[in-house]
Ligand binder design. Sequence first.
Ligand code: IPM
Ligand code: MN
Length: 371
Amino acid sequence: MYRIAAIGGDGIGPEIVAEGKKVLEAAGEKHGFDIQWTDFDIGADRYLAEKKLLTDDDLAELKTFKAIYFGAIGDERVKPGILEKGILLALRFHFDLYVNLRPIRLLEGVETPLANKGPKDIDFVVVRENTEDFYVGIGSRFKKHQKTELDVVRDLYHVKFCLDVKTDADELAYQIGVITREGAARVQEYAFDLAMQRKKKLTSVDKANVLSDVYGLWRDVFLDTAKRYPEVHTEFNFVDAVTMWFVKNPEWFDVVVTPNMFGDIITDLGAMIQGGLGLAPGGNINPKGTSMFEPIHGSAPKYRGQGVANPIATIWAGSLLLDHLGEHEAAAAVVKAIEQSIRDGVVTRDLGGSAGTAKAGSYIAECIKKK
Ligand code: IPM
Ligand code: MN
């Protein structure tokens, strides 16, 4: 029996997680395991009612689970950034979920906006670093002149900033990206190991030509790590070029490893070439601890409660969750069943079908049971 935590969250989150649970239960029935769910009331509603984002009690309890099944966070009643940083990023950082695994795969029967490309061309995995870079939260905004951290930096390093903040019109902000040798090495190792199981080809993404400190270190670590994997063919791509090649030659890629922020950006592009955000899953993984699985898309508040959201991204994330539990056959069966539902046209309207969220989810669950 597996104990799994579920956080539906905001917007369409609860609806799509409900479908994911159905499907994972069906996979359990078929493949001989039970799942016991524990639901957590975390998200905008609780925040608005009780001013609580993630409490120490939440974290202590969540830690007792091997996996968290996560819907989405984000609500129009709350200023952007509060829930995202206070819940989603807080979970990624607290549990040190340093691998953000995002498969970009065009399933049979799904349309891609890329002309003349098919499922054989679009099948790669992005391994996004998930705990460093510009996501570390070091930064400040300055209005009026005041003795601040900025002055300390200025005094320490004798830097002259182009603006001296004396009035609101001079307002200034800065934010710092951090890459550590250990942080880069551990996620790159994960990517190399994955490349060894796939086509032994790994592309590293950076912008070492401009942000040469942070991404220079990323690159140095990559070169060091590569020495331990002589069988893996490696390449560097600048992030701007990667966006071009994802569109022009997606078949070049197999495993892609990237710092956090570039990974955020290029996986939205990846989601589009695999047929849309409604299809793109993600895993936030700490190979040794509690990990969290979620769709890449957000909470889409305007579709809340309408039963129209595509549950596939979440169901596919459920397949990644099963992989994390070691239930590889069941995980593969979930993706097969998703493909079956697409072939049979029992899909939501974003994929050209007429099924609602629950019908699309139930159909996938049925496909697993019938196999
Ligand atoms: C994602 C999201 C998050 C991110 C936001 C909601 C904090 O865009 O999972 O890609 O930037 O990582
Ligand atoms: Mn994103």
